[in-house]
Ligand binder design. Structure first.
Ligand code: NZQ
Ligand code: ZN
Length: 380
């Protein structure tokens, strides 16, 4: 087992009727002037916004609201939000939403003192300070609520890239699984696929960290059983709660300890898909690509893929495991081919160029243009 440092400073407040704690948490931390960042309004429809407003008002916190963060959030919108935050001299940011809202909030947070946020994504600048971040999570999927990563799309340059900095771990995150009952079925399925993908990106790097591999595969099995329940019973609180915690564990460091930083090729490929077509949800792209990537690379490290097929999918071969996963994704209503999400073979070279501009991919085996072409072909 490799040496490691584990440090996750995010405080999690989890459970029914916990959103009302946000005002007290922000006040206790010493802030009274904040930016509230949100998406297109689902938080007004499901009552989250009024709970937040009430709690902030009760604790005399002055609030500056900035709305319309888009799924697959953009650099352009983040720059507008950054200016609004600076003009109003906010002391902290409260992100209320899913991964897109949280990631844009992280990007704004580190932009303090950096003229061009994109330089952070290009790894030209290492952030030295950040505004403190608080989160109310409304969609369990990305793990952004308890990690140090953010993903943003630079539409002009056709890049959807990520950065990581310990400065952007949220100070406090509130997860009330009950507010996820308003999610459309499609988003619940996307959350399941994304969380499973985070686990797999790390799992397949496993060699001798038995404890991590065992915890990781158990969380994978739990996600499958809980999303199954939610598929037929979206109002099952226990299934929402169990899945929500699995999703956080899938990318908060616990299930990736001693896994060499993970694989992440499938995520890189998916980010290219949603950079080219922002209507493709992250979970949908992964649902199409993960089975194809496994099919292409498993022979290079067969023992761990065989273990996954047996312990996660209860099958006797990797290809049977892949088939079981595809069947499950299909049952949840997720797409399993590139065609279903609007891509044609003529798009392959554009996708591959995006992936290669990003670089940093292909750890289990090094992948070149022809390998990426074959993976996309398998996903077609
Ligand atoms: O616009 P709003 O009103 O917020 O509606 C959202 C959005 O339309 C809606 N929604 C959220 N909570 C809801 C709800 N609708 C009804 N009831 C609720 N309780 O769901 C839609 C999708 O939201 P979004 O935030 O885009 O989804 P998700 O959480 O899947 O985030 C995806 C983004 O995160 C990135 C993805 O690439 C993508 O850009 N990722 C971030 C990671 C990270 N920071 O660690 C890792 C991931 O691998 C991923 O790359
Ligand atoms: Zn993901």
């Amino acid at each position: 087992m490799d040496n490691f440092t584990f440090h996750n400073p995010t405080k999690i407040i989890f459970g029914k009727n916990t959103i009302g704690n946000i005002g007290e948490e922000i006040k206790k931390a010493g802030y009274s002037r904040i930016l509230l960042l949100a998406g297109s309004g689902s938080i007004k429809a499901n009552g989250v916004y009024s709970q937040v407003q009430h709690s902030l008002f009760k604790h005399n916190i002055e609030v500056f609201e900035f709305w319309d963060v888009r799924p697959n959030p953009t650099l352009e919108h983040a720059l507008l939000a950054k200016k609004y935050a600076a003009d109003n001299k906010v002391e902290a940011i409260l992100a209320v939403g899913g991964g897109s809202v949280i990631d844009e909030a992280k990007s704004i947070a580190v932009s303090v003192g950096i003229p061009n946020i994109w330089d952070v994504f290009e790894q030209k600048v290492v952030p030295q300070k950040a505004l403190p971040l608080f989160v109310i999570l409304t969609l369990s999927a990305t793990g952004s609520e308890m990690n140090s990563f953010a993903v943003l799309s630079n539409e002009k340059e056709l890049k959807k890239w990520s950065f990581g900095s310990p400065l952007v771990f949220p100070k406090v995150t509130i997860i009330d699984p009950a507010v996820q009952m308003s999610l459309p079925k499609r988003q619940t399925a996307n959350g399941g696929v994304d969380s499973l993908s985070h686990l797999m990106e790390n799992y397949f790097m496993g060699i001798d960290a038995e404890v991590t591999i065992a915890v990781n595969e158990s969380v994978q099995r739990t996600i499958i059983s809980q999303i199954d329940k939610l598929h037929s019973e979206p109002y099952d609180y226990n299934a929402r709660a169990n899945f929500a915690w699995c999703s956080t564990l899938a990318l908060n460091g616990v299930t990736s300890v001693s896994m060499s930083g993970g694989e992440w090729t499938t995520h890189g490929l998916e980010h290219a898909l949603s950079a080219i077509n922002p209507n493709v949800a992250h979970g949908e792209g992964l649902s199409v690509l993960f089975p194809a990537w496994i099919t292409y690379v498993f022979k290079s490290k067969e023992f761990i893929f065989e273990r996954w097929a047996k312990n996660v999918w209860n099958t006797n071969s990797v290809l049977d495991g892949v088939q079981a996963m595809k069947d499950k994704f299909k049952e949840w209503g997720s797409p399993i081919t590139l065609k279903e999400i609007g891509f044609d073979k003529s798009d392959f070279s554009k996708i591959i160029k995006c992936v290669q501009d990003y670089g940093r991919l292909g750890r289990i085996i090094k992948l070149d243009t022809s390998d990426f072409y074959e993976i996309l072909n398998l996903a077609y």
